[in-house]
Design a protein. Sequence first.
Length: 305
Amino acid sequence: MELDPRRLTVLAAIARTGGVLAAAEALHVTPSAVSQQLARLERETGLTLVVRGGRRLELTPAGETLAEHGRRIVEELTAASDVVSELTDSVTGTVTLASFVTAIAAVVAPALHVLRSSHPAITVRLVPEESALDRLRAGTIDLVTVELYAGSYRPPARGLRDVALLDDPYLLVLPADWTLPSGERRSTRLRGAFELPWVVGPPGSAMRSVLDRLGREVGAAPRIAHEAAEFPAVFALVRAGLGVAIAPRLALRVGASSGLRAIDLPGLGARRVAVRHRAGRGEPTRAARVVLDALTTRAAEVARH
């Protein structure tokens, strides 16, 4: 019996993504094409390869065994494509990237603008953040920008790797005509800030976590006046004189900062912006590595200014 290697790669995609729809997205084909290839593979082998039920497909032991062979085929094909690219000195392919707003504006968009000229054969597709890390693990996304925080950082799951782009310090943001109590001591200025009304993010957000930590340091609870999830809304409320806020520097750089005053108060901390990708044989692809290099180069430029 001669097996079609394409059908094994389809089975490997189902194993990786957990379903026909997700496998179709990863392979850039229709769901019916995935179902047909799976059905043909089962007929050719005479084996039951998946257990159908619910939204996910569970592979049988026979399915897992054949899917592993499919994974090896995919790895070899990826490695072969990289060799061809190196021999011909050309890089081609599509790279799917998920990112958040401030990273898109400051790093991703400028990097892709340069990449379009330097590597026109690479297509980068930007997609929403929704379920991005799950889709990264499933193989339907190649790169994801993530925010990492000191004290709560957990290494990525096995098979994933983080590449740091830059550290983005938090700033205290006030209306342009507001001031803090004078004095050289940080605690005095910080305690004075806690006497002002605050515009904060929702519970669990980075802005709220930073503020809670500072409150514990000075032994005071902030007077929360407003909650807003997006930085443009936060800045609009601060600009209107309705409170003060904490925001990362990139958010101020890409937003309208007129009417605002930003103070680099020691101890506010920073978020680390990184790119997460799959790590293994053939991962990331050569095209994805080129995109990652472009993001790293642009991030270094941002950090210098």
